[in-house]
Design a protein around this ligand. Structure first.
Ligand code: SAM
Ligand code: SF4
Length: 329
């Protein structure tokens, strides 16, 4: 069991497969990657599988593969197949993708043992989608949603990062979309993790505002009175319509006290918080020939250093040492 110094149990590991991305979302990676890390620094799939087995033996129950855009890596299904061998101790194996290339890999991912997929979709309007992501790919994301549904990924979750003046006029349209397609539509507050450093408090549309805008048109009912260690408040439609609304409000409604997550970056650094200002080099420990026991000790020591909370709302907030596409959202 991985426990931190604040008595939180760590059950959720997010693994970034790559820093790179084929989109240029303005709230994440507007100008593309800085000069790429050398290829040798990126963990191989064998290394990721080995470390994942150790993490699962320590009580990790959920693994989410993310990035950058994880499907840029070659043959992700082969990694999924290895990770799926960790079930049933591993309860949940998920992927977050921008949907650009998902249909091509969807069947292989499902067959390899992927349980769930989350797709990102920030606008239902083609021009706005292009404006936000830098790529004219709205149709591809729709195809990805269809592919995910056809293959029986359940539930299909869609993430939208809500930014004032960019897509906050579409909240009700997104809710209608969730109802029509019976999907889980999750709205995320804009966090100060963008590489363009455009974030400002004025651009954050709070979870409460998001709720009010949707509830005024489609009345919502809270599904569970507690989030548990989940990041989102979950709502169903009061009229019994299919679909679900999730609201993730890390900026205005901090949920650090129940956090169960740690992250492994593509280059093998453990991050104990999205907003960490330091990282812990698991890759060098692994590659130095450390024994399994030494790796376990390293992970346990790092988890003890997990930050009690983030400091976004404090006057002396220091930005995270890396931005979202490098950390793995
Ligand atoms: N490329 C994949 C994708 O876009 O789904 C996976 C990685 S992306 C970093 C994961 C999630 O992080 C996306 O849903 C995106 O909307 C969210 N995200 C990125 N930058 C963000 C920011 N500054 N604030 C809030 N969410 C952000
Ligand atoms: Fe790429 Fe995802 Fe970041 Fe958009 S949010 S730039 S798709 S990593």
């Amino acid at each position: 069991m991985l426990r931190d110094a604040h008595n939180r149990t760590i059950r959720d590991l997010r693994i970034s497969l790559t820093d790179r991305c084929n989109f240029r979302c303005f709230y994440c990676l507007p100008n593309g990657e800085p000069p790429l890390a050398r290829k040798e620094t990126i963990l191989t799939f064998e290394e990721i599988a080995y470390l994942s087995e150790i993490f699962v033996s320590l009580g990790i129950e959920k693994i989410r593969l993310t990035g950058g855009e994880p499907l840029i890596r070659k043959d992700v299904p082969s990694l999924v197949r290895e990770l799926a061998k960790l079930k049933p101790s591993l309860h949940d194996l998920a992927l977050t993708t921008n949907g650009f290339d998902f249909p091509r890999h969807a069947a292989a991912l499902k067959e390899a043992g992927l349980d769930r997929v989350t797709l990102s979709l920030d606008s239902l309007d083609r021009d706005k989608f292009l404006d936000i992501t830098g790529v004219d790919a709205l149709d591809k994301v729709y195809k990805s949603i269809e592919a995910a549904k056809e293959l029986g990924f359940d539930p299909v979750k869609i993430n939208a990062c809500v930014v004032r003046g960019r897509n906050d006029d579409e909240l009700v349209d997104f809710a209608r979309f969730a109802r029509e397609y019976a999907i889980s539509m999750r709205f995320i507050e804009f966090m100060p993790l963008d590489s363009g450093h455009e974030w400002s408090r004025d651009l954050v549309v709070s979870g409460k505002e998001i709720y009010a805008a949707i509830n005024a048109v489609f009345p919502l009912r809270l599904k569970e009175t507690s989030r548990g260690s989940e990041t989102s408040w979950k709502y169903e439609f009061a009229d019994g319509s299919p679909g679900e609304i999730g609201i993730i409000a890390p900026v205005t409604e901090m949920f650090c006290g129940a956090c169960s997550r740690i992250r492994l970056t593509a280059d093998g650094q453990i991050r104990t918080c999205l907003f960490s200002t330091t990282e812990h080099n698991l890759r060098d420990v692994l590659r130095s020939g450390a024994s399994r026991e030494e790796i376990i000790q390293f992970i346990e020591d790092v988890v003890m250093k997990k930050e009690p909370r983030h400091y976004i709302n404090d006057a002396e907030f220091t930005p995270a040492s890396r931005t979202m596409s490098f950390i793995g959202g």
